[in-house]
Design a protein. Structure first.
Length: 190
């Protein structure tokens, strides 16, 4: 059992017969005789829908254990991503809907943590920032424009906004959750 005031991002709970992953939390203290409330954003692990709900801070919830394993990405086909456990060679298929838009950043042989609940993969945990190479963008502009950003297509087909000085062939760092430009990647030293 878990008290609602102790909910943290990443926890998995069972509420009204459904399993939810906590995506965001905010505690709001009560006034006078009223107790506080934990405002949460929850993602249903079965349907993938997001639900916002406020729990009384003293409410007891069922916590569901989450197993996290680093497994290797193999390939993507027919709306699923196939992963393999490098120790047992057991293969796991995860629907693209569970992986999210970030599935396009997966490369063969890449190891990522995958969270399992009751033996079922429920989410893939990506690093906050990843590097990607630009395959196509407009030439660099050094004069004042209406906007300081332009569209660039990455090698994996994702379009992102980048500053005007970025050119085709540059490697950039991207905030994976929001698909935003962070900065140019530093060249690797040999």
């Amino acid at each position: 059992m878990l008290v609602a005031s102790q909910l943290r991002v990443g926890a998995v709970i069972r509420h009204e017969g459904q399993e939810y992953k906590v995506v965001a939390t905010e505690y709001r203290p009560g006034q006078g005789r009223m107790s506080g409330a934990m405002h949460t954003r929850l993602r249903n692990l079965t349907t993938g829908t997001v639900w916002e709900h406020a729990f009384r801070s003293e409410l007891k919830l069922d916590e569901v254990p989450v197993e996290k394993r680093a497994i290797e990405f193999l390939y993507s086909a027919d709306g699923t991503c196939c992963f393999m456990d490098p120790e047992t060679f057991e293969q796991t298929e995860v629907p693209d809907a569970v992986v999210g838009v970030q599935a396009r950043f997966l490369e063969a042989g890449m190891r990522v943590p995958v969270e399992f609940v009751n033996g079922r993969a429920v989410s893939v945990v990506f690093p906050e920032v990843m590097e990607a190479k630009i395959s196509d963008t407009a030439p660099p502009m050094h004069q004042q424009q209406d906007t300081n950003f332009k569209t660039a297509k990455l090698e994996n087909g994702v379009d992102v906004l980048v500053p005007q000085f970025v050119k085709t062939g540059d490697t950039i760092r991207i905030d994976i959750e929001h698909l935003r430009y962070v900065d140019r990647a530093k060249p690797k030293r040999v």
